[in-house]
Design a protein around this ligand. Sequence first.
Ligand SMILES: [Zn+2]
Length: 251
Amino acid sequence: MIFERRGGLFVGRFRSLMGEERLLHGLSTRKGGISEAPFHSLNLGTKTQDDPRSIGENRRRFLQALGPDLWDPAVPEQVHGSAVHAVDRGGSFPETDGLVTDTPGVLLTLLVADCLPVFLLDPKQKAIGLIHAGWRGTRDGIAAGALGLMISEFGCRPQDVRAFIGPGIGPCCYRVEPDTASQFDPRHVRGGRLDLRGANRELLIKQGIKQGSITVSGLCTACHTNLFFSHRAEGGRTGRMMAVFGLKKSR
Ligand SMILES: [Zn+2]
């Protein structure tokens, strides 16, 4: 993932998706907002203890940085679960940790601060998904659930789907309790540290996505708190980044 400067903000993008004119994708960083510590500065998480006026201004700046297109944002009310919904409109979706759509103009959104944002794209069926994968969601196979919904709802074929796993807490930093570790394949736990990226990558390959179609960001949120909010590295009091994924309307 590389970071483009956009009006005082930095928007993270996958290089191999940047040429896709009909798509909007990105991940905010913590830079360029107005929130004060510990939410400094571009906190986009409405459920944090931050000043709502700051969050509102930060959201306005981020949406502006994304460009001129008008979007109907779809907002999952994340609960570290594994429910995924197919949507054809924006709005708020309770107890949901992943959304898929093939409707242009609907902007899938997600809030993260260590958990992985996973982007799914089928360029043939023109369908997308955006999934919140922390340890519970990963254990329960949320990325596979999202892919399954893209297959049943939009006629996608796994071999056509591309996956992009964004920055999150890495196996360098993600120490977990033994009872958490025991719920994963031992290959994804080394020295008590969980490899969420590897676990999600393997999950997607098992569902039929080609190895070469999966891009994994090696950036660890806990290692880079200058750029990212990290729930773990900052003792639970921090802000949230927003991931977005949308199919542009034709003009
Ligand atoms: Zn790390």
